[in-house]
Design a protein around this ligand. Structure first.
Ligand code: MF3
Ligand code: CO
Length: 250
């Protein structure tokens, strides 16, 4: 499968799908507070998605058992919600959510502080988000894909954080994961040329310590090997001849 170029009709549907997801994320962000369980977040998120007449695309994806990935502190991504896992003041929590609207997928992630968090963790969250915006400055028709990867890497390197290398961003459209894979670190090659109409999920995962990760025995939850906290920021974007359109922001 090559990288798909979306037609105007498909771009319209992607915009709709992503706009709904932006609303879901805004509501999820306001829901996060000390004392709730990660399962509460999943249930609330699933209800929101279905309330918009959409389907959660993560649910049952390769057997993933929930609608929202909820990853706390050293959990990097794909945390499985549990009713016994209670958020407490000072934690950070990454919420990764996606949905299907009229056959078109959207995907986005945010990391939030729970109550008051340390300056160090707030900076990790902020710079992870900033690295996304640095990366997408290169997301323009005519540029090459790995210019995005290099820009994220160059930006993050000044902080001494670890970039997660075992998980990557991806194309998105009628499937959650389409070609191409989009690493968040420098590549030796320049990668495919970007074209207007490509829709991409760019998602830096940045660790406070080293970038190495391991999988828990649930075969889903990815954690930092050194046990230090991790942040995640993701949007679905549209490549154009000019500035990229960030579809999952409103
Ligand atoms: N944002 C994640 C990704 O792109 C969502 C997949 S989680 C899964 O890989 F549960 F659906 F696998
Ligand atoms: Co994704």
């Amino acid at each position: 499968m090559a990288i798909t170029i979306k037609s105007e009709r498909e771009i319209g549907l992607m915009r709709e799908s992503c706009k709904i997801l932006a609303k879901v994320h805004n509501e999820l962000g306001q829901f996060v507070r000390p004392g709730i369980s990660t399962k509460d977040i999943d249930e609330f998120g699933e209800k929101l998605i279905r309330g918009y007449g959409c389907v959660p695309n993560f649910l049952n994806y390769n057997g993933y058992p929930a609608s929202i990935c909820v990853s706390v502190n050293e959990e990097v991504v794909h945390g499985i919600p549990h009713k016994e896992r209670i958020l407490k003041e000072g934690d950070i929590v990454s919420l990764d959510a996606g949905l299907i609207y009229k056959g078109y997928h959207s995907d986005a992630a945010r990391t939030y502080g729970v109550g008051k968090i340390s300056k160090e963790l707030q900076q990790l969250i902020d710079e992870t988000k900033n690295s996304f915006f640095e990366g997408i400055k290169k997301a323009k028709a005519g540029n090459h894909l790995y210019e995005i990867s290099g820009a994220i890497d160059d930006y993050i390197s000044q902080f001494g954080y670890g970039i997660v290398r075992d998980l990557v961003g991806h194309g998105i459209g009628t499937s959650l994961h389409e070609e191409p894979q989009i690493p968040n670190f420098k590549q030796l090659r320049r990668g495919p040329r970007l074209q207007a109409g490509m829709t991409l999920a760019i998602e830096p995962m940045i660790n406070l310590g080293r970038g190495d990760v391991e999988w828990l025995d649930d075969d889903w939850t990815v954690v930092s090997e050194d046990g230090l906290p991790s942040a995640h920021y993701e949007n679905t974007i549209l490549v154009t001849d000019g500035e990229p359109e960030i579809l999952t922001l409103d």
